[in-house]
Design a protein around this ligand. Structure first.
Ligand code: ADP
Ligand code: MG
Length: 473
């Protein structure tokens, strides 16, 4: 009998509010240490926390998007522990009555779909950060009090690949909902991976929890390492200790951090400084009405309604900014959406990558891209000339129409002009014409090329080809 892997993830999603969850201090990333923590964040005597309404709304948004139950009354508790980056001596978190519970998220791994149950998603404040340097450690409290929603899955995943797919799906969802910037390097989206192994049919094994994984690759590596480590111990007759571990990317291994606390170690109790969070049915309905189109539906629309290839739909949907750009371009264009998609995933992505910029900084707006594609569709320019126009628009020479006009790039479609160019090519290349007539149809490419040259690339190669065929029979 082989071993079966069981994985449950706790994902910390940093909510994209301007101020902290219980104070008006800024949440902006990257300020000098300890310049953005106020008395409330530090727990100084005589101050009182006040809940940030936007954080509550963002939590409800997430809850609705994962089809969860929204608690009409949820409470905050104090989770007590000592840590240098936690000056209050407790973290405010929801324990017994979280705002979101019993949701679900569908993931795709390869070509199989699977539903992962979400046990709960609770609001809490982040702690500060210990900064380790040579011979000393400093504490930066800028992050203290930053709003988080912790999304706790059921142990429904059975491989590292499923765990990564789940994490990616949630990452895309929170960015689509615009409740998190998704920046993993800055810690806005990080994961604790709970892993155990068991023989099929047996009860759940003892788990370990590997903390603070802030990249998809690290999650995958940490799980793979942990599964192997646990199997080795169990096969040697040992037992797994329930503990908290950390992943060390430099050595690609997990290490013990501390033995695992149980809930009673934290001495949770309702925070007497905070009122229960009460949300009305109207408030929930208002938020439901404002939900954006969610990624699975958007993907289906791209395939079924817009007629995109599955790969293109997947690529466009995987980044909400890209999908928004594409939607705007399709709205502005008269061309087939598939043609617009081609230009986005082809030339536009190529240029964005080359200059290492994001799509919302693209010098070619969605409306300009639509105009460019339309000028190919209506025959004003050839696909080849369109590349030149694309580069010019990228260099901010103007709109596609302005570039076409100013540079005189309109396609040559005049039949008599094409006929005269074709006649010239035929008289100038008797050898190739001879070969063509002798059955070497390959030289047609050469002849078309000569004709295109004469029109400075401004003719339609298909039209040239047809005119040449006609002239040579
Ligand atoms: P705690 O809050 O102490 O970390 P929870 O009961 O909330 O404990 O569980 C945390 C996470 O651990 C959940 O995502 C859950 O799915 C996962 N989990 C629980 N038991 C196991 C297990 N035996 N193997 C793998 N994951 C587990
Ligand atoms: Mg936990």
């Amino acid at each position: 009998m082989t071993w079966e892997t069981v994985i449950g993830l706790e994902i910390h999603v940093q909510l994209a509010t301007a101020s902290k969850i219980f104070s008006s201090a800024s949440t902006a990333y990257g300020a000098p240490p300890n310049t953005q923590a106020c008395g409330v964040d530090l727990g100084l005597p005589g101050v009182l926390p006040v809940i940030n309404q936007t954080a509550v709304e963002m939590a409800i948004k997430l809850g609705l998007a994962i089809e969860a139950e929204i608690a009409v009354r949820s409470i905050f508790a104090r989770k007590n522990y000592f840590y240098p980056d936690l000056p209050k001596g407790y973290q405010i978190s929801q324990f017994e009555d979280p705002i979101v519970s019993n949701g679900k998220l569908s993931i795709n791994v390869g070509d199989h779909a699977k539903q992962i149950r979400i046990l709960r998603a609770h609001l809490e404040e982040d702690a500060g950060k210990s900064v380790h340097e040579v011979n000393h450690t400093g504490v930066d409290l800028n992050r203290a009090g930053t709003p988080l929603i912790e999304v706790v899955s059921e142990p429904d995943m059975t491989s590292a690949a499923e765990a990564v797919a789940y994490m990616r799906t949630l990452h895309l969802l929170v960015r689509t909902l615009e409740i998190c910037d998704g920046n993993m390097q800055e810690g806005s989206f990080r994961c604790d991976a709970n892993v155990s192994v068991r023989k099929p049919g047996e009860p759940l094994g003892t788990r370990t929890e590997t903390k603070n994984l802030n990249s998809f690759r690290f999650v995958e590596r940490a799980i793979d390492f942990e599964v192997e480590r646990q199997i080795d111990i169990l096969e040697a007759g040992g037992a797994i200790e329930q503990e908290t571990r950390l992943y060390d990317p430099d050595n690609d291994e997990t290490r013990t951090m501390r033995s695992k606390e149980d809930a009673h170690d934290y001495r949770y109790f309702p925070d007497p400084d905070l009122l229960p969070v009460v949300v009305s049915a109207e408030q929930i309905e208002k938020i439901r009405e404002q939900l954006p189109e969610l990624p699975p539906l958007r993907r289906q629309r791209y395939i079924d309604v817009l007629g995109l290839k599955t790969e293109d739909a997947d690529t466009l949907v995987s980044d909400p900014l890209v999908a928004a750009y594409f939607d705007t371009a399709v709205d502005a264009s008269n061309s087939e959406p598939a043609k617009v998609a081609n230009w986005v995933v082809g030339d536009l992505f190529g240029a964005l990558k080359k200059y290492d910029i994001e799509i919302d900084e693209s010098p070619i707006s969605a409306v300009y891209l639509a105009q460019l594609v339309d000028r190919i569709s209506d025959g004003t320019i050839s696909g080849k000339i369109a590349k030149t126009v694309f580069e010019a628009v990228w260099e901010r020479e103007g709109s596609p129409d302005e570039v076409i006009k100013n540079r005189g790039l309109t396609q040559v479609t005049d039949d008599s002009l094409i006929a005269s160019v074709v006649a010239e090519v035929i008289s100038e290349n008797p050898d190739q014409v001879e070969q063509f007539k002798a059955g070497k149809t390959k030289v047609m490419g050469f002849l078309v090329g000569q004709a295109m040259k004469k029109t400075k690339g401004q003719a339609n190669p298909k039209q040239i080809n047809e005119a040449l065929q006609k002239a040579l029979v």
